[in-house]
Design a protein around this ligand. Structure first.
Ligand code: SF4
Length: 397
């Protein structure tokens, strides 16, 4: 039985290929972690110290806390930590961490608003209550208020303040709420609290039992998707910049390999020169297509003005054809449903409908068609390798 975690599931949802490398093939990447992740874990360790001291009736001074943060930073820093934003140095990130801690300290001092129940507390949720799908996580700080409310605190070091919808849809803390409900029979009221340390802002939310039940079902369905997955395609997004497998990912490996080359060697590299030529020709083709449209328009006008249907050139003659035809609403246009309804009722649909083989081919990849139907349909066609080239900007967007 696999013990799932929120991050394991989100890795699959964000990029199945990364999931495969990380959890199935268990590949050790060259990059240890990103500086953002390192900053996040060092800040978390410092927060843990703050509240651990509190349990022993000691309130650390801000100076002690900052010095603890710096010690942890220096002790654990490694040159293999990835800094994506090349304009900034590790010191910049260290100063950010100091600012986060200082702001939090000054806002929440003397830290006696709640009693700490657990720090970095491991929780395990039995999602379907038969042990089949278990999920584990660690709560940054579990606290109890005087009125008996349990609070799940989470420290975020993101550099952007998430939108309301993100908070409402964030599943991690809500899943922890399920575990707290199971583990603490007196936990009737649970509050989720995100501390966005870059902005010194706290966001709170409570979830109803119905919302938590719905969430449980959606997590079970995600786990079932993971367990039945046969393909693990790459899924490009802005997360790629921070991905530890970028250098071995088919979407990025060539780009990563050629990044460090001198300009001369870069331009000589076979892949680079082929893409540059392809991009040049694509741009030329666009220019030619635009010119073709202009010439076509002028030729049509010329034919009309001279009252001819054919215009002669050196070795060719151009025949200009025109006719008035009906134009009907397209697939997604207004009026399409009415038109289809009319044709169906009049029994004329079969005269004008044609099999869409493109759509049929896509349906063969679809999961909602039964396998036996797909097998039967497959007999009418054959598999062909289709190769296409799409030009895109080199960055992650
Ligand atoms: S670089 Fe992007 S596409 Fe490639 S494995 Fe990582 S997240 Fe997936």
């Amino acid at each position: 039985m696999v013990l799932y975690s929120h991050s394991r599931i989100s890795t699959f949802l964000n990029c199945p290929y990364r999931f495969k490398l990380k959890y199935i093939e268990k590949i050790r990447p060259e990059i240890e972690q990103s500086v953002e992740a390192f900053l996040g874990s060092t800040v978390h360790e410092t927060m843990e110290k703050l509240y651990r001291d509190m349990k022993f009736q000691k309130i650390a001074t801000l100076k002690e806390l900052i010095s603890y943060f710096r010690d942890q930073w220096e002790k654990n820093w490694s040159p293999s930590i990835l800094i994506v934003r090349k304009d900034y140095k590790p010191e910049n990130y260290m100063k950010m961490g100091e600012k986060f801690i200082t702001d939090y300290y000054n806002t929440h001092k003397p830290f006696d608003q709640t009693k700490t129940v657990g720090l970095e507390q491991r929780i395990v949720i039995d999602l379907n209550r038969n042990g089949k799908y278990k999920l584990q996580g660690y709560i940054d700080r579990l606290a109890l208020t005087d009125d008996g409310t349990y609070e799940i605190h989470d420290y975020k070091t993101n550099s952007s303040l998430p939108l309301k919808e993100y908070i409402e849809e964030d599943r991690q803390l809500a899943l922890y709420a399920l575990a707290v409900k199971d583990s603490y029979p007196n936990a009737r009221k649970i509050r989720l609290i995100w501390h966005f340390l870059s902005f010194n802002q706290d966001v709170m939310l409570e979830k109803t039992d119905e919302e938590l039940e719905k969430l449980k079902l959606s997590v079970i369905s995600d786990i079932e998707r993971i367990e039945s997955a046969k393909d693990f395609p790459t899924k490009k997004s802005n997360l790629c910049e921070w991905c530890e497998f970028r250098s071995m990912c088919p979407e990025w490996a060539h780009i990563a390999r050629t990044e460090g080359l001198s300009l001369k060697n870069f331009l000589k590299e076979p892949g680079v020169s082929l893409v540059n030529r392809y991009a040049e020709l694509t741009a030329k083709r666009k220019e030619i297509d635009a010119e073709m449209d202009t010439v076509k328009e002028k030729l049509t006008e010329f034919a009309k003005e001279n009252n001819v249907t054919t215009v002669g050139g050196s070795g060719y003659a151009a025949r200009i054809w025109s006719a008035e035809k009906f134009k009907f609403p397209g697939k997604n246009d207004e009026g399409r449903a009415d038109l289809e309804d009319f044709l169906n009722k009049a029994g004329l649909m079969k005269d004008v409908a044609a099999l869409d083989t493109f759509l049929l081919s896509n349906k063969m990849e679809d999961t909602d068609w039964p396998e036996e139907i797909k097998k039967a349909v497959a007999k009418f066609g054959r598999k062909e390798l289709i190769e296409r080239i799409y030009l895109r900007k080199k960055n992650c967007d």
